[in-house]
Design a protein around this ligand. Structure first.
Ligand code: FAD
Length: 501
């Protein structure tokens, strides 16, 4: 008997969400972190719609929305002139129950996750460092070291390395972390300030040699400033501080900084690990990785899905991580590059091209889908079979709000279980299979919105516990449906719980 089902190394957002989801599924976890206290700095600020959708499934979204700050517009400044304001308050309307972005600093975010875990009876064990582990095929034996150098072992069915950008687990497994680090040095400063940009909107100011990003924070006159530091040869990075930041772009947009609450410098990494949850590639991606892994681990540990479901984790997540790095790479090169072409594009092309582009509703919706991670799909996954209407297996379940009631088709996802959705009427054969196997069947009234998002009337969609479509078909395709359920040994949580009564 193992000490625990899953040992989680690292209590950053990725590890905490993994722990929460697994605990909600009834899986025993231990979560350790080598650092004595949770982080106290704001780091990742933005929580995207897809993350909020996942959080709604585990009863966390309302707290994040309440404690965070919604922001509705991005402003572009070029050489001190206000060049454009892009309003995207309604950008995601009809796409997600959370059609906006939330600013919620990472330290507060982690505290909330820790609070929720504590309510479920899980305490983070810290300082406790994973120093080594041995894979004994049926279990993992991990060596954990405390602050006094004392060592203990922990046996677990699975070990999840959520230990961030400097991952020990990755090193011990000899997985690569290909990529590199941008040469420029960036700063980030949480400030109290005044000026026209302190209006709870996002501002990006481009200058010939520099740039400034202003992210609103909750409360009056508080904002996160980010920019670059000019690298002087022979300068010791340890001694750099707020006073070394180039003032020109800050002054040109009229920011008057009264107080700096936190200042940090960093090189931006553009890397993606060839395995395991990604650290340092954006918090929302790590949380998405955690959710993808959590339901699969829970299902395997509880014998509710075939073990090879775990092999689908990496192919499903790695494609997006690689695309993300490539896109942010290009964006960073444009914003931060010193070259004359990049400077011309930044100062003359971007301010002219962006505003008309964003005047288009279609373009705003495209942007929302991309940025909010709601367009991530797993169509080429081995788990995805079939399609009906415009919805293919592997797609995120399209969201619809019902006309006549204060409800939507995401409400049943809180069971964290396999389920079948039908817009219209379910074929008798499908109802019978669901009934026999204990799979919840939700038949929603057909309405215009169902067609608008791509559903096919009376088709059925088998939804995975993380809200992606696993199998879809029109009419009563019972034989293929049963074949799919048998191939993946799908057994819902409900059936599993009943068997254990
Ligand atoms: C200045 C700054 C600004 C940032 N801004 C943004 C932003 O705006 N948006 C964004 O999306 N992201 C941003 N990030 C990145 C964001 O902080 C990370 O993406 C996020 O923290 C990743 O979460 P994680 O849980 O994967 O890893 P981490 O938060 O790095 O957590 C890993 C945890 O593992 C622990 N650990 C490590 N090794 C071991 C071990 N051997 N045993 C036990 N525990 C171990 C560490 O102590 C740590 O607590 C920023 C980062 C910094 C530093």
């Amino acid at each position: 008997m193992s000490d625990t089902d899953v040992l989680i190394a690292g209590a950053g957002p990725t590890g905490l969400v993994l722990a929460l989801w697994l605990t909600r599924c009834g899986v025993r976890v231990r979560i350790v972190d080598k650092v004595a206290e949770p982080g106290t700095t704001s780091r990742a600020l933005v929580v995207h719609a897809r993350t909020l959708e996942f959080y709604r499934q585990i009863g966390l979204a309302d707290a994040v929305v309440e404690r965070g700050l919604r922001f509705a517009a991005v402003n572009l400044w070029a050489q001190g002139r206000h060049a454009a304001r892009v309003y995207f308050g309604d950008m995601g309307a009809g796409i997600s129950p959370f059609p906006y972005m939330i600013i919620f600093p990472q330290d507060e975010h982690e505290r909330l996750l820790i609070e929720r875990l504590r309510e479920l009876g899980v305490e983070i064990e810290r300082p406790l460092e994973l120093v080594a582990f041995e894979d004994r095929s049926d279990r993992v034996v991990a060596r954990l070291k405390d602050a006094n150098g004392g060592e203990d072992t922990c046996e677990a069915a699975y070990l999840a390395g959520c230990d961030g950008a400097r991952s020990n687990v990755r090193e011990l497994l000899s997985f690569g972390f290909p990529g590199g680090t941008y040469a420029r040095l960036f700063y980030v400063a949480d400030t109290e300030a005044t000026g026209p940009v302190m209006n709870h909107e996002l501002h990006v100011a481009l200058d010939s040699a520099d740039f400034l990003g202003v992210f609103p924070l909750k409360g009056e006159s508080r904002a996160r400033l980010i920019g670059t530091i000019k690298e002087e040869p022979n300068i010791a990075h340890d001694n750099l501080g707020w006073n070394d930041v180039s003032r020109s772009v800050i002054e040109r947009v009229g920011v008057d900084v009264k107080r700096v609450n936190w200042f940090s410098m960093y090189h931006v990494h553009h890397r993606v690990v060839s395995h395991s949850p990604v650290g340092g590639q954006g918090m929302n991606t790590g949380i998405g990785d955690a959710v993808n892994l959590a339901w699969k681990l829970a299902a395997v540990l509880q014998s509710r899905t075939h073990e090879r479901v775990l092999d689908t984790y990496e192919p499903e997540r790695i494609a997006f991580a690689k695309r993300l790095v490539a896109t942010t790479d290009r964006a960073f090169q444009l914003v931060a590059s010193d070259g004359p072409l990049a400077r011309f594009v930044r100062l003359h092309v971007v301010p002219r091209v962006l505003p008309p582009m964003f005047a288009s509703v279609a373009m705003r919706r495209f942007m929302f889908r991309t940025v909010s991670q709601t367009s991530i799909q797993y169509r080429s996954s081995a788990l995805s079979v079939g399609g009906a209407g415009d919805v293919r297996a592997g797609d995120r379940l399209p969201w619809i709000k019902f006309d006549d009631r204060d409800a939507d088709n995401y409400a049943p996802l809180t069971t964290l279980d396999w389920q079948v959705h039908v817009c219209g009427e379910a074929a008798a054969g499908i109802s019978a299979i669901c009934g026999a196997r204990g799979i919840a069947l939700h038949a929603f009234p057909w309405q215009d919105a169902s067609r608008d998002v791509g559903f096919e009337r009376n088709a059925f969609y088998l939804v995975r516990p993380d809200g992606y479509i696993a199998f879809a078909s029109i009419g009563g395709d019972s034989a293929n449906f049963e074949r799919y359920l048998d191939a993946w040994a799908v057994r819902p949580r409900l059936a599993h719980q009943l068997e254990h009564l």
